[in-house]
Design a protein around this ligand. Structure first.
Ligand SMILES: Cc1cc2nc3c(=O)[nH]c(=O)nc-3n(C[C@H](O)[C@H](O)[C@H](O)COP(=O)(O)OP(=O)(O)OC[C@H]3O[C@@H](n4cnc5c(N)ncnc54)[C@H](O)[C@@H]3O)c2cc1C
Length: 436
């Protein structure tokens, strides 16, 4: 019986011919050699949290869940099995007094999946996970182990840090961690224009700033996190308050409002206005991973683009006009984050300080028209799509947006000359085929 695989966002279904769950690097190498000998393709899957079909296997699927945990420690440089889930990383690092420098909104992903798509959080002075990858071990398309680090095959590192799953099967990743720290979180509502008129200052006022704008309202919810030393006093929100805020208010209310908005779309603006009143306005201090991430119980679809940071206000105002003019009722907030310029070749923040705008729709709603309009606006503002979130670009458009795209393709030719690790998504974005 064919096993059906679906991603978290329910945007992709695949029917891999077989699923392999290797328990050692040797088994991974043997699988690659077997697949190569048979002329098959082999696609690694992480936690299936990409909204694009980047992880979809149309032939053999390989799941590295068994290759997890700490594999090596050298000072702040910690080597993890590629299948380690981010929610396991904090407890694994705690005994060593270390933490990840920055994190995105959730911790369900695998280390390999997160870095391979450019997963990022927010922070004007900080980059995404890929920028902290200082080493990797992978099995290439020829079934050979390859070590890449800043001292060994160093020329490959800026490609392997964010390889889209197209360069080999990663077996370990070495992350340069930082001393464990706490975050002082301040969440409060602000006005849409109040934030956008002064967005640069707002987004760099503290270490990690992001905001959510509720369509059909004048309000944004601002979240500003300041880094504190690990020895600072914790002032967590408390289990009950946390449950009320995260599960009931944030996720529970969101689920209920999506249901009501789906049944009676005309009510969405009023529900969004209500949401701006129940969310936010709290302050707490907790371990970094507790503050960076939160559960996401309501299933949604997402598109996110990175823009030159200065383009954010104009793009967001255009998006607002587009929503108003089209008359859509958008039940999910628009999220805005920032990242520092980096030098990872396919990073959405390559070479430029970036601002991210993410649009979402509940799985109950058809996102096509809204996302298409948002994408037109983001592209007109020189945007680059998140590799793991919905977008329509192919190789030609992407090549024009990434100065080192050709170098990345050359590394792929070297490490996977026979395209063992391809799938229709990679064929589209890297080879220019329209086969999805
Ligand atoms: C609810 C939700 C919240 C999210 N929040 C954020 C956020 O805050 N910031 C952000 O940037 N993104 C966010 N994302 C997107 C998510 O971080 C990325 O899509 C990420 O890639 C998912 O990791 P995964 O382990 O599920 O990888 P998958 O989606 O399973 O795979 C992604 C890619 O990694 C490759 N891969 C996996 N394992 C290996 C391996 N061992 N060797 C080689 N290649 C491998 C796959 O082949 C594929 O190409 C979110 C997604 C969801 C669903």
């Amino acid at each position: 019986m064919t096993r059906v695989w679906r991603n978290w966002g329910r945007t992709v279904t695949a029917r891999p011919a077989a699923v392999a769950r290797p328990e050692s690097v040797d088994e991974v190498a043997a699988l690659v050699r077997f697949a190569r000998g048979e002329g098959r393709t082999l696609k690694a899957v992480g936690a299936g949290h990409s909204f694009t079909a980047i992880a979809a296997a149309d032939d053999l699927q390989i799941d590295l869940g068994a290759l997890s945990g700490i594999r090596g420690i050298r000072g702040s440089r910690i080597t993890f099995g590629a299948g380690t889930r981010l929610y396991d990383v904090a407890p694994l690092l705690r005994p060593h007094g270390l933490a990840l420098e920055n994190m995105g909104d959730i911790d369900r992903q695998t280390v390999a999946g997160a870095t391979s798509t450019g997963t990022h959080g927010t922070g004007a002075r900080f980059g995404g996970l890929a920028t902290r990858i200082v080493g990797a071990e992978l099995i290439t398309g020829e079934g050979r182990p390859l070590t890449v680090s800043d001292t060994e095959n160093a020329e490959l590192l800026p490609a392997v840090q964010l390889g889209l799953g197209g360069l080999g099967i990663l077996t370990t990743l070495t992350i340069d961690c930082v001393d464990a720290f706490l975050l002082h979180a301040v969440e409060r509502p602000m006005g849409f224009d109040e934030v956008l008129d002064d967005v640069d200052a707002q987004m760099s006022a503290t270490d990690h700033v992001e905001f959510y704008w509720w369509p059909h309202t004048e309000r944004v919810m601002m979240k500003a996190n300041t880094r504190l030393p690990g020895g600072a006093e914790r002032r967590p929100v408390g289990a009950v308050a946390d449950w009320v805020e995260e599960r009931l208010l944030s996720n529970g209310v969101l689920a209920a409002k999506c249901a009501v908005g789906h049944a009676i779309p005309a009510l969405t603006p009023a529900i969004n206005r209500l949401a701006t009143r129940v969310y936010g306005d709290r302050e707490y201090v907790d371990h970094s991973h507790e503050v960076f991430t939160a559960p996401r119980d309501v299933r949604f679809r997402e598109m996110e683009y990175a823009l030159p940071r200065e383009a954010v206000p104009s793009a967001l105002r255009e998006l607002r006009r587009a929503i108003d003019e089209a008359g859509w009722r958008i039940e999910f907030p628009v999220e805005v984050r920032v990242a520092a310029a980096d030098d990872t070749w396919l990073s959405t923040a390559y070479g430029r300080d970036s601002g991210y705008i993410a649009v979402h729709r509940s799985v109950r709603e058809d996102p096509t028209a809204y996302f298409a309009a948002a994408e037109r606006i983001f592209l007109a503002h020189d945007g680059r799509p998140h590799w793991g979130k919905m977008h329509s670009l192919g190789r030609a458009e992407l090549e024009a947006r990434y100065p080192r795209f050709g170098d990345f393709l050359a590394v792929r030719d070297r490490l996977d000359p026979e395209r063992m690790f391809t799938n229709p998504y990679l064929a589209r974005v890297l080879d220019g085929e329209r086969v999805e």
